[in-house]
Design a protein around this ligand. Structure first.
Ligand code: C2E
Ligand code: MG
Ligand code: MG
Ligand code: MG
Length: 275
């Protein structure tokens, strides 16, 4: 009895595993098609200067409207794309389309808006990355200082020497660089100092509790102090209410982003219909 049950269970897991792998392969093929079929689009989320309350930047956040499964989160499909060269195709597409969009909006609205684009770990390994960024800027006329590239802390810590080299080349183009999801990895101040960064984004998990917990606020306070000591602009991610914003203001955080200040939205919704 026990033996039969064991085998049945084993086969069950086998089937489940196979189904999971098949689903993954299908999704990867779907994602390749998505690029062609224009199922990918970009939402923009405001980044606000805490002192003035003004929107100083927008972060480009990729969205996938799958014909059968509906909207799929980038937290799901970006890791899938990162398993192959697909991420480089997608990354190039995001760079090209978002620089075009924001260059046009800056011109139409006459505002000095910064565009933030996420780069994945694997894009840092792409030998064509720097040329691709340069090309996007040249083609769209977006000034280099209006572009910030965000790289997660974990991506930077994977191969620090290689990361430093790519970041330096990108910086030489005149673009700004941000370390994203800060606090979720294990980097030290010394390591940070060796990278040519302009901005540090405190991960949402640290911001969540700051209005209720003095410990949480103390951690954020020390991150801000540390970042300011090495001349980084600090952005708090995931600000969901006014109380959190008040604490961040008291802690001299520079900029904030989160549902309380604006959800990621289609460009027409954020800027008004394009002329
Ligand atoms: P991220 O770069 O840290 O982006 C911030 C994420 O937090 C976004 O999730 C945003 O929608 C979400 N968020 C913003 N404010 C709040 C808030 O107040 N509360 C909560 N709960 N969440 C908030 P999203 O759009 O699902 O993106 C997830 C991640 O996917 C991004 O994290 C980024 O790492 C990655 N990603 C998105 N677009 C791209 C892209 O074009 N290229 C690459 N390589 N990665 C991307
Ligand atoms: Mg980001
Ligand atoms: Mg982030
Ligand atoms: Mg994050």
């Amino acid at each position: 009895q026990a033996k039969t049950l064991g085998r049945a269970r084993y086969e069950f897991f086998d089937v489940e595993l196979r189904e999971r792998m098949q689903r993954r392969l299908r999704m990867e093929q779907d994602l390749r098609d998505a690029l062609q079929n224009e199922e990918l689009w970009t939402a923009y989320q405001p980044v606000v200067d805490i002192e003035s309350g003004e929107m100083v930047a927008v972060e480009a956040l990729l969205r996938w409207k799958h014909p059968a499964h509906g909207t799929i989160s980038p937290a799901e499909f970006i890791p899938l794309a990162e398993e192959s060269d697909l991420i480089n195709l997608i990354g190039k597409y995001v760079l090209r389309t978002t620089t075009r969009e924001i260059a046009r909006r800056r011109e139409q609205l006459g505002i000095d808006l910064n565009l933030k684009v996420n780069l994945s770990a694997r894009q840092l390994d792409d030998p064509h990355l720097v040329a691709g960024v340069q090309d996007a800027l040249k083609t769209t006329g977006l000034p280099p200082h209006a572009l910030t590239l965000e790289v997660t802390e974990s991506a930077l810590m994977r191969d620090q020497a290689a990361a430093a080299e790519v970041l330096t080349s990108l910086r030489d183009l005149g673009v700004s660089l941000a370390i994203d999801d800060f606090g979720t990895g294990y980097s030290s101040l010394a390591q940070l100092q060796r990278l040519p960064l302009d901005t540090l984004k405190i991960d949402r998990t640290f911001v969540t509790g700051i209005a209720e917990s003095r410990d949480a606020a103390a951690i954020v306070k020390s991150i801000i102090a540390m970042a300011h000591a090495v001349d980084l602009i600090v952005v708090a991610e995931g600000v969901e209410d006014e109380e959190q914003l008040t604490v961040l203001r008291e802690l001299h955080c520079d900029q904030a982003q989160g549902f309380h200040l604006g959800r990621p939205a289609p460009p027409d919704e954020l800027f008004g219909a394009a002329g």
